[in-house]
Design a protein around this ligand. Structure first.
Ligand code: ZN
Length: 442
């Protein structure tokens, strides 16, 4: 793998700033472009540094010393107030952030990172998963999903589909552009995850399909319209199938079983403590739905039993792959990789110090969504730096957790002004008595 190396941060930042230049600025007049640049980067730095107080400390440093890390590390010309950030970003549709995701993906393609994520049939596994990231009974905006409850309560929420490239055995995930689930123009009905996924697939399907992509999704995706759409876009899929949601499919499978047409593969595994048995079953060309125009799918399942024969795990999938004794284990392993997105991506955003809306508020229109987009982008920056910047990855390996790495950065940038991101990393390496991976031992 080629390494982008020590220029990675600068490259990523220039992709972000290039994108900001095309953000619409509702105001007219001198220096508006600078202000939009400064407002967007300022919001981004809070997420990147995972520190709600980052901007406040940099404003204090600017007053005391005439310079600050926002300027030297991130290229912010003049630090805006939280209010200015809110007012400038609220009119910006999150769609304007999408090109940054694409240009970072292209950057990762050029540096061989995308290819290193290839898995089943040499494709990229793209996990689709919707997650609610905001809920309130009081605060709301024009993009909120509104729920009227029987007891008269009205609640407001935001949910986003956060697709990511995942790979079995790899802890990092590559975040792709999110799709927001929100009331759509010209539609009476509330939006939902499957409709958002359809929009995302229609928008980017043709972009990603030449690369070879296998979509992963839960049982929500195992429907005729979704399978048709995925096939139309020339993408592969492995979606969870469940007897409750896919009644017709499982009735057909029962008939297959009676005829002895379900294939089976059994494995015994030593867990380090005891033996367990893995039983794979699979079949191809089964109708997913009833009716005149059924969609044909292939099916695979895994049942895990402990040494007493008790079932400890079970999962089933429908897939575009013709399942054979040679690939059934790979199909199931790829399908199960969808859970990585919950562990590595969404949960990191929710629990590992990424701050949603903490100082900028919710906004009237786009703010909540645009901030989330910048927040996921910060997460993507971290992933790329861990993969590509050897100084950064060495520090991350040395410090026990991602949040501790950022606690150190928050504390250091509060007291000291660094010339650049690399200056900051070198300072940390020196103080931790680590050799600079770009220099070798002294
Ligand atoms: Zn809202």
């Amino acid at each position: 793998m080629d390494t982008g190396g020590r220029d990675t941060f600068r490259s990523l930042l220039s992709l972000l700033t290039a994108s900001i230049a095309s953000f619409p600025d509702v105001r007219r007049g001198a220096n508006t472009q600078y202000s939009m640049h400064d407002a967007t980067l300022s919001a981004f730095t809070v997420f990147f540094c995972q520190s709600p107080s980052f901007l406040a400390y940099q404003r204090l440093m600017e007053q005391a010393e005439g310079t600050n890390n926002g300027k030297t590390v991130f290229g912010i010309h003049k630090l805006p107030t939280d209010n200015q950030i809110r007012n400038l970003l609220d009119p910006v549709d999150p769609q304007h952030v999408q090109p940054v995701y694409r240009s970072i993906f292209e950057y990762l393609q050029r540096h061989g990172v995308v290819d290193s994520f290839r898995d089943i049939d040499n494709t990229l596994l793209v996990a689709l998963d919707g997650t609610q990231y905001f809920f309130s009974e009081a605060i709301h905006c024009s993009r909120c999903l509104v729920a009227h409850h029987r007891d008269g309560r009205v609640t407001y929420s935001h949910t986003a589909l956060m697709p990511a490239v995942v790979k079995p055995g790899t802890s990092q995930v590559i975040a792709l552009e999110p799709e927001f689930i929100h009331p759509q123009d010209g539609h009476d009905k509330q939006d939902c995850e499957s409709r958002a996924a359809e929009r995302w697939i229609r928008r980017v399907g043709t972009l990603y399909s030449p690369l070879g992509v296998t979509l992963l999704g839960d049982a929500l995706y195992a429907t005729k319209p979704m399978v048709r759409l995925v096939e139309e876009q020339e993408l592969q899929y492995i979606f969870v199938a469940k007897p409750k949601q896919n009644k017709y499919l499982y009735e057909e499978l029962e008939a297959f079983e009676k005829l002895g047409e379900l294939h089976e593969l059994s494995r015994t595994q030593w867990t380090g403590k005891k033996h367990r048995r893995l039983v794979y079953r699979y079949a191809n060309g089964i109708p997913l739905n009833d009716g005149s125009d059924p969609v044909q799918v292939n099916w695979a399942e895994l049942t895990i039993m402990d040494d007493t024969g008790k079932i400890t795990f079970h999962i089933g999938f429908i897939t575009s792959y013709t399942v054979t004794a040679q690939n059934v284990e790979a199909v199931v392993q790829a399908g199960r990789c969808r859970w990585k997105i919950e562990n590595e991506n969404i949960n990191t955003l929710k629990t590992k110090g990424y701050h949603f809306e903490h100082n900028f508020g919710h906004g009237k229109d786009n703010l909540s969504q645009t901030l989330l987009s910048l927040n996921i982008l910060a997460f993507l920056f971290h992933t790329v730096l861990e993969l590509q910047d050897r100084r950064c990855s060495l520090l991350r390996e040395t410090l026990p957790r991602r949040d501790i790495f950022f606690q150190h950065i928050a504390a250091l940038t509060q007291y000291l002004c660094f010339d650049s991101w690399q200056h900051l990393l070198l300072f940390m390496l020196t103080k931790l008595k680590l050799d600079d991976p770009y220099q070798g031992p002294p």
